[in-house]
Write a protein that binds this ligand. Structure first.
Ligand SMILES: Cc1cc2nc3c(=O)[nH]c(=O)nc-3n(C[C@H](O)[C@H](O)[C@H](O)COP(=O)(O)OP(=O)(O)OC[C@H]3O[C@@H](n4cnc5c(N)ncnc54)[C@H](O)[C@@H]3O)c2cc1C
Length: 373
């Protein structure tokens, strides 16, 4: 075989896996179709280090988020990745919110999230004078991170440990061969060449279902078909950056798909609002921001930030979640599987790695390392 391990995709997850596996003395290649890392979902998100409150107890999302939170803070300190353990307030404005907030607090406790606190209206006012709500959950271990620098640190680590990374190359086909996989790779100028590998890791984000299909897995039978769910962001004018110092989230409604339009300061203190949730009719990477969303964002955040004005908002960016959960479905967990049972040993699928994939990336990498035979 040409390689022991090939990883498809240089997003934050593929790069974290390459860094983790580079400690194993294996011969590793990462293939990425763009000119550099993180051109898709990994650079179009809230850059929040979550604490693991929202998802069902014992799900991979909860377990890998809680473990990933700790591992990510450790990594950032060790490799000087800009980050801040800012803390987050989840706020309840009315009676319905209060019920949802208390349910969420119980869920967080069941999940074993450390140091969560319910705080009063006055305590919230003392911490955030412009935020108005009846009660809040305080999560001190939620933070923010510079995701570009994080990916750069994984890439540096992997390359320094002899991992090969080829950019501008696209995986076009996979054939299972005895004890491994033969890959057809296309370069930018259209040339196709073949390489073989013992272990193939599908960390292709929005195209991970297509890569699973490429090897011969029936993605409908296995419930692996992705639904693209776009989230938009608006930024708040720089002269209003004093409006919030922490992450401020609304209490999530029942049957939520995202976490609700929230306020996120970035590393420089600038504030952005978002993301909302909009399922796209087709799985096409369309990152446009519809004009009419501005008012929706304004009204949704004004509920708990009453001094916000419509003119403070300008469109920022959009990102697309690779969701297994369709518009009318219940919770779906990350799929992280060695597909030996389907007849593809050491073909490792990572499908539906939406939030909290950034937070969980190092924990996901360790989990992947544990399921390779
Ligand atoms: C709006 C939004 C907000 C979010 N907020 C947060 C948050 O605050 N905190 C958090 O923890 N998570 C958040 N997430 C989730 C997080 O961004 C993702 O879980 C994470 O970025 C997924 O990384 P990835 O490496 O799996 O995918 P990607 O970043 O999409 O990387 C996959 C890579 O595979 C490459 N690729 C695909 N097919 C091929 C092919 N055939 N050949 C070669 N290369 C290929 C792509 O080009 C891409 O670079 C958010 C997501 C969205 C959309």
């Amino acid at each position: 075989m040409d390689y022991d391990i090939v990883i498809i995709g240089a997003g934050v997850v593929g790069l974290a896996i390459s860094a983790e596996l580079s400690n194993s003395n294996s011969n590793i290649l990462v293939i990425e179709r763009h000119p550099s890392f993180g051109w898709e979902t990994s650079s179009r998100n809230s850059e929040v280090i979550h604490s693991g409150i929202y998802y069902p107890e014992n799900s991979l999302k909860t377990r890998l988020c809680i473990e990933g939170n700790r591992l990510l803070y450790d990594w950032c300190s060790k490799y000087n990745v800009p980050h801040k353990r800012l803390g987050k307030y989840i706020v309840a404005v009315d009676e319905e919110d209060l019920g949802n907030l208390h349910d969420l607090f119980l869920q967080g406790q069941k999940n074993g999230v450390a140091d969560l606190k319910l705080i009063s209206k006055q305590e919230l006012r003392d911490a955030e004078r412009y935020v108005k709500a009846e009660e809040a959950i305080y999560s001190p271990n939620t933070g923010i991170i510079d995701s570009h620098n994080l990916m750069q640190s994984f890439e540096n680590y992997a390359v320094n440990h002899s991992v090969d990374i080829i950019y501008n190359h696209t995986l076009k086909n996979i054939v299972a061969i005895g004890g491994g996989y033969n890959l057809s790779i296309q370069s930018m100028d259209g040339d196709i060449f073949q390489i073989s590998t013992n272990i193939l890791i599908n960390s292709a984000g929005l195209d991970s279902d297509k890569i699973a299909e490429m090897v011969g897995i029936d993605i409908d039978e296995n419930n692996y078909r992705l639904h693209y769910c776009r989230g938009h962001y608006f930024k708040i004018a720089p002269n209003k950056m004093y409006l919030a110092k922490h992450l401020i989230y609304p209490a999530p409604a029942k049957n939520w798909i995202g976490l609700g339009i929230h306020i996120t300061p970035d590393i420089s203190g600038m504030l952005k609002l978002g993301p909302d949730t909009m399922y796209l009719p087709e799985n096409i990477q369309d990152y446009s921001i519809p004009e009419d969303l501005k008012e929706k964002f304004y009204l949704s955040v004004k509920r708990f930030l009453p001094t916000l004005e419509l003119d403070d908002l300008t469109p920022d960016q959009a990102g697309i979640r690779p969701k297994l959960q369709g518009p009318n479905d219940g919770f779906r967990d990350f799929v992280i599987k060695n597909e030996a049972d389907l007849g593809f040993p050491n073909f490792i699928n990572l499908i539906g790695i939406d939030s909290p994939g950034l937070t969980s990336c190092i924990a996901i990498a360790k989990y992947v390392s544990g399921i390779i035979n």
